[in-house]
Design a protein around this ligand. Structure first.
Ligand SMILES: Nc1ncnc2c1ncn2[C@@H]1O[C@H](COP(=O)(O)OP(=O)(O)O)[C@@H](O)[C@H]1O
Ligand SMILES: [Mg+2]
Length: 260
């Protein structure tokens, strides 16, 4: 399959999903105000995320750490507009999106968000370049020359220039993960959300992926949030948050010494 059709039209953004201040340096890309989440277990309601207020700033890497079950993924999926909070407000690029319909949220996600998970989950039947472009192709039906250019640039920057027409299975897991990062970035998101992006990787591939994410977080219009339970990731954090039992119990920003 070759996703290579030109149409400038495909990049016209729907006004419905545009947000006012997208990626303005210094302005939080995301703000959570008193956000909480309950899950019902039989007849018992459990608050797995306690009321949390948090700003995610562009130009930095926010690392969200904590033991398994502490609520990291719950918080990340709320940030990702995938999971609805049981309480609180979500502000994206200055706009309160809490009451948005599923469609509008999905649209926001597509245009302004990038996701990286533990497994890149690339499509085996597509080559690396098409894997990066497939999301854009599905949404717009066509991929513009500019988007293709962007994909090539990202893949080169991630050391995958020689693998454009390789199938995912020909790549190491670290290379697959980098292709997944390129896929997440091709829409130029203001927020990149990564859930345990290195936990399936060996130390060296993990280091390359972390270096990559760190470099990407330097963009003053983009915030990167990385969820991990691996303390080796901590040195990469511009801001380190630690969760326990559904609450942020440590934040380098508010810590008196600023240390870990
Ligand atoms: N869909 C769900 N239904 C019920 N409980 C859930 C659901 N998702 C997560 N939980 C519970 O919420 C808590 C936090 O989970 P999670 O956010 O996945 O933690 P982490 O990512 O830090 O391991 C856990 O106790 C988990 O069992
Ligand atoms: Mg998790």
């Amino acid at each position: 399959m070759d996703i290579l059709l030109e149409s400038p039209k495909s990049e016209v953004q729907s006004p419905m999903s545009s947000i006012q201040s997208q990626g303005v340096p210094g302005t939080p890309v995301l703000r959570l105000e008193g956000v909480a989440r309950d899950f019902t277990d039989g007849r018992v309601v459990r608050r797995v995320l306690k009321e949390t207020t948090l700003d995610i700033l562009p130009g930095e890497m926010t690392v969200l750490a904590g033991p398994s079950g502490s609520g990291k993924t719950t918080l990340l999926t709320i940030m990702g507009l995938v999971l609805k909070p049981s309480a609180g407000r979500i502000i994206v690029g200055g706009e309160d999106v809490t009451g948005f319909s599923e469609d509008r949220l999905a649209s926001l996600r597509r245009q302004h968000y990038g996701f990286v998970f533990q497994q890149a989950a690339l499509i085996p039947a597509l080559d690396v370049l098409d894997n990066v472009l497939v999301g854009t192709a599905i949404q717009g039906g066509r991929v513009s020359a500019r988007t293709r250019e962007k994909a090539l640039e990202l893949l080169s920057g991630l050391g995958l220039k020689d693998y454009l027409s390789s199938r995912p299975q020909q790549l190491s897991t670290g290379q697959q993960q980098r292709a997944g990062i390129a896929r997440a970035l091709v829409s130029d998101p203001i927020l990149l959300l990564c859930d345990e992006p290195t936990s399936a990787l060996d130390v060296e591939s993990g280091r390359i992926v972390l270096d990559t994410l760190k470099r990407l977080s330097r963009d003053p219009r983009r915030g990167v949030v990385l969820v991990t339970h691996d303390p080796r990731v901590f040195p990469y954090a511009d801001r380190l948050l630690k969760m326990e039992d559904g609450a942020i119990v440590y934040d380098t920003r508010s810590a008196p010494t600023g240390g870990n």
